[in-house]
Design a protein around this ligand. Structure first.
Ligand code: PA5
Length: 533
């Protein structure tokens, strides 16, 4: 059935388009409105053949195909919320066993059946992980109301100031803190180095690391071996068919949810319900396909428009960052699946409304037209805010969302809106599953592998090379001889002086044992030696 074309100038036509295109899930109470994206009925018709292929491909992915071909892995995040879908008994059993383990372990921690040495209970969690091993947990613990659970702190970077700040925050409760180290590969430097910093601090304060620590990682990884050899409090398995950025319905997302006192079964049920809805092969009845098609048409299949994510709730502030990783790490690819260079992607940024109306929304309305907005609205307001002088904060928030949406339409700017009845475990599970599926379908439309991350791996390798070079530079300078940057480069047999200059500049900013001659503004003039006194 056809629908009218987008019309900023006719409210009647636009109302009809809104009614025709609105998607609604009666049980979840979630709405999706794509009527303000400027596609036509013909655009949708033209996409049908390629969408048909995308649905088939998604079905074989769910059935266990090696869809992450470069890493030769299956892609199993959809099985995590419906273990009966897993293609083999072993995978299904592992899923159920991990859910039960998360449930059981968290209950024991919260009820203080499991306690830290010489203390009555665990009160805090220090979560150590990066990228997909941190963003999901951060989202879950910020978005959901902490019901009866532990207080969460995060080390998701390797910034020494950041690490010290967080360790100072938990200084008085160090011995009552549960340390959870998450790394799928078990070898990422950032969480490993942060863990060493946290461990030293705990041990200096008389705590016992293995009795307070938990690992989530793949079996037999470096982290897993360490945790097993040292008899850490608990280990959780991450199967190789779960990707970092789609790990939120694995123990990576379930454990923080349960430790915050929230209901993991409801979270998984919400995701499963949305999975069901997004398997529909009818575009108009499938919200993930509607979103993927809208993104595709808006950006001409080449990501020509950025996605601005604007959830109008503080609790969903992390969602913009979460989506940024999910979408950009999945779709930002150099080559397609035929090996052709395509430099694909879909840029995502955002924060929250109405805050951002006082920042960059000015440009969205009046400036460059290179984006579309994804509004996220929540209907139920907090019961805790009284009405004062006939004014309620929730009405203002809702009014600002509608106002911005209308102002953008008047300027011919595109937007889509997702409305949730409330933010709870079930709705959050459904929202995440909606975007996971939309990314999967969009990846099929542009024919890229959405499940590997060669750029991230390349960054990890390049950093390792620099750190190796730093060790060589420091060893060389240990003899106290004064040398220029190019002297050092020649002796070490390196081809490039610039990394050596960068290493020296950072080294001398942190170590007074080096004497420097020349000006840092003229790199070639620098001479450096280590004082042997
Ligand atoms: O989504 C991804 O795959 C990445 O962002 C990883 O999660 C991130 O690099 C951390 O890797 P790991 O969990 O192996 O430490």
């Amino acid at each position: 059935m056809s629908f009218p074309e987008f019309s900023a100038s006719s409210p009647e036509i636009q109302w009809q388009r809104f009614c025709d295109l609105l998607w609604f899930h009666d049980d979840l109470k979630i709405w999706l409105d794509v009527s303000r994206m400027q596609f036509t009925f013909d655009d949708f018709e033209a996409l049908q053949p390629v969408l048909g292929k995308a649905f088939k491909s998604m079905a074989s992915l769910e059935a266990g195909a090696i869809s992450n071909t470069d890493e030769e892995r299956q892609v199993g995040h959809y099985w995590l919320r419906q273990s009966s879908l897993a293609p083999d008994f072993k995978a299904a059993e592992l899923i159920t066993q991990q859910i039960n383990l998360v449930d059981d372990f968290s209950k024991k921690i919260i009820s203080a059946e499991l306690k830290p040495p010489n203390n009555e209970r665990f009160t805090d969690v220090l979560w150590i992980g990066i990228g997909g091993s941190a963003l999901g947990p951060l989202l879950m613990t910020r978005a959901l109301k902490n019901k009866s659970g532990l207080k969460f702190h995060f080390l998701d970077n390797i910034d020494p100031n950041g690490i010290n700040n967080v360790l100072d925050q938990i200084n008085s409760s160090l011995k009552k803190t549960l340390f959870i180290i998450v790394s799928k590969s078990g070898g990422t430097p950032e969480p490993r180095v942060s863990m060493e910093q946290a461990r030293l601090k705990l041990e200096q304060n008389g705590g016992i690391w293995p009795a307070q620590s938990v690992a989530i990682t793949m079996k037999n990884s470096r982290l897993d071996n360490q945790a097993r050899n040292e008899c850490w409090l608990q280990r959780f398995d991450m199967p190789d068919w779960v990707g970092g950025r789609t790990s939120i319905t694995s123990s990576v997302g379930l454990l923080p949810t349960a430790l915050a006192g929230c209901n993991i079964r409801n979270f998984l049920d919400g995701a499963a319900q949305m999975d069901e809805a997004t398997r529909d092969i009818n575009l108009r009845q499938n919200p993930a396909a509607l979103m993927a098609a809208s993104w595709f048409i808006a950006g001409e299949g080449k990501g020509k428009r950025d996605m601005v994510v604007l959830p109008y709730r503080d609790r969903l502030e992390v969602f913009s960052r979460y989506l940024q990783q999910l979408i950009m790490e999945s779709l930002g690819k150099k080559i397609d699946r035929t090996g052709k260079v395509v430099n694909q992607g879909l840029s995502v940024y955002g924060n929250k409304g109405s805050t951002d109306q006082h920042a960059y929304v000015q440009q969205l309305r009046d400036g460059l037209d290179n984006f579309f907005v994804t509004f996220i609205e929540t209907l139920e307001d907090s019961k805790g805010s009284p009405t004062i002088n006939d004014e309620r904060p929730g009405d203002f928030l809702s009014g600002f969302l509608q106002g911005t949406r209308s102002a953008l339409t008047e300027s011919n700017r595109q937007s889509l809106t997702i409305t949730l009845q409330c933010i709870d475990e079930r709705r959050l599970g459904a929202l995440i599953a909606l975007f996971e599926r939309a990314v999967g379908i969009y990846g099929e439309l542009i024919d890229v592998n959405s499940y590997h991350q060669p750029g991230v791996e390349a960054g990890k390798l390049a950093a390792a090379e620099i750190l190796k070079l730093q060790v060589k530079v420091e060893n060389l300078l240990d003899d106290g001889v004064s040398r220029s940057v190019s002297n050092i480069r020649e002796i070490l047999g390196e081809s490039n002086s610039e990394p050596i200059y960068w290493i020296l500049r950072h080294l001398t900013a942190n170590d007074n044992n080096y004497e420097v001659q020349g000006s840092w503004g003229y790199p070639a003039s620098i001479k450096i030696c280590k004082s042997l006194n």
